[in-house]
Design a protein around this ligand. Structure first.
Ligand code: 5GP
Ligand code: ZN
Length: 114
């Protein structure tokens, strides 16, 4: 999508601190970290939100979770644990309309979220 900032990050039109990429996904550090480790994993193809997952595109979610597993080990947050967050829509607090999974770790996280 032309006016989507995460599509622009995937294309390299907006700079980002890349952690990982393959043919399907891109992982990069959040510009405004809420924890010592805070990165985002996104599909390279534009999917607006969890509301837009369907039989044709939902396999990307299991791929993303496998990549999160691998990156959590590499970034040393696997043993103590971490949180995976997907905000969907207005009430969910989604600000960027390209589906993304936050991974937060490196400190004890509170529950429930605000
Ligand atoms: P949301 O609120 O939609 O779940 O999360 C969007 C996240 O994207 C926020 O945590 C925000 O800090 C991050 N973000 C927004 N714009 C950029 C950007 O240009 N670069 C990076 N690395 N992160 C961004
Ligand atoms: Zn996009």
């Amino acid at each position: 999508m032309d006016d989507c900032i995460f599509c622009k990050i995937v294309k390299g039109e907006i700079p980002s601190k890349k952690i990982y990429e393959d043919d399907k996904v891109y992982a990069f550090y959040d510009i405004n970290p809420e924890a010592p480790v805070h990165f985002l994993v996104i599909p390279k193809d534009h999917i607006a939100s969890a509301n837009d997952l369907n039989d044709n595109n939902a396999d990307i979610v299991s791929h993303i979770f496998k990549i999160i597993n691998k990156l959590a080990v590499e970034l040393n947050i696997s043993d103590k644990g971490y949180r995976i967050v997907n905000n969907c829509g207005e009430d969910g607090g989604q600000t960027v309309k390209h589906i993304h999974f936050h991974v937060l770790g490196g400190r004890c996280l509170h529950w429930p979220p605000g």
